[in-house]
Write a protein that binds this ligand. Sequence first.
Ligand code: GTP
Ligand code: MG
Length: 224
Amino acid sequence: MVPDRLATGISSVDRLLGGGLEVDSLTEIYGEGGSGKTLFCLHVAHRVAREGRWVFYIDTEGVSVDRLRSIAGDELDRILKRLLLSTPSNLEEQGRAIATACALTREGKRPVGLIVVDSGTAYYRLSLSGADEDDARQTLSLAVAELVATALASHVAVLFTNQVWRSVREGTLEPLGGSFLNHAAKTILRFDRLPGNRRRVVLVKHRALPEGSAEFRITPSGLD
Ligand code: GTP
Ligand code: MG
C-alpha cells in the first residue's frame, strides 16, 4: 500500500503534520526571507533522493550545490543522481518546467517521491506591477492546478513555496500567491523567524488536523 504521508525526518514537524507531508495534495509554505523555506525543501528532497526515489526540483533561486552538500555530505553525488533540477528564468519557463515535471511524474517510468517549486511566486511577484498581471495570474494558476492534479494522480508530495507581503494596516505578513493558491493547497505552513537559529512552523490550514505549531533549529548541516 502506498503510504499517505511523506515523513520529513524533522520529528516536531512530522508530529505537527500527523506523520508528514500529504502525498496526494500540494503543501504551500510561506514565510519571510531567511525563515527556512529553501532549507526545508532541500532537507526533504535530500531525504527522498537518499531513499532512491526521484525528486523534481524547480529552483528559481539558484540553490547552490554547496547548500545541498552541507546537508548531504559525502552522499552528494548519489543525491544529485536522483535530483532532476530545473532553473527557469521567468514565469513562462517556470510553467513549462512544472508541466514537464508533472508529465514525467504521471508517466510513471521513474518512481517520483517529491516535486519542489522554490520559490513558486518569485517570478509571479515580478509580473504583478506590470500590464501582464492577468496573464501572470493565469500562468501561476494553471501550473498550480497541474501540480494538484499530479499529486492526486501519482501520490507524490508537492512542496510549493510562497513569498510574503507586509500588510501595513494589519501589521502581518501575508502569503502572496492569492486565493487560488490558498484554496489549491490542502496544507499551508507558515515559517516564522525566531531569535538565533530557531524557526517556528505554524500549521495554518490542514483538511484533517487542528491548527498548531512546531519548532526546528537551523544547524550547519541543515535542520534539526
Ligand atoms: P527566501 O528564499 O529569501 O524567502 O528565504 P528562505 O525562507 O528560503 O530561507 P533559507 O532557507 O534560504 O534560509 C534559512 C537560513 O539558512 C538563513 O537564515 C541562513 O541562516 C541560513 N542560510 C542561508 N544560506 C545558507 C547557506 O548557503 N548555507 C547554510 N548552511 N545556511 C544558509
Ligand atoms: Mg528560499
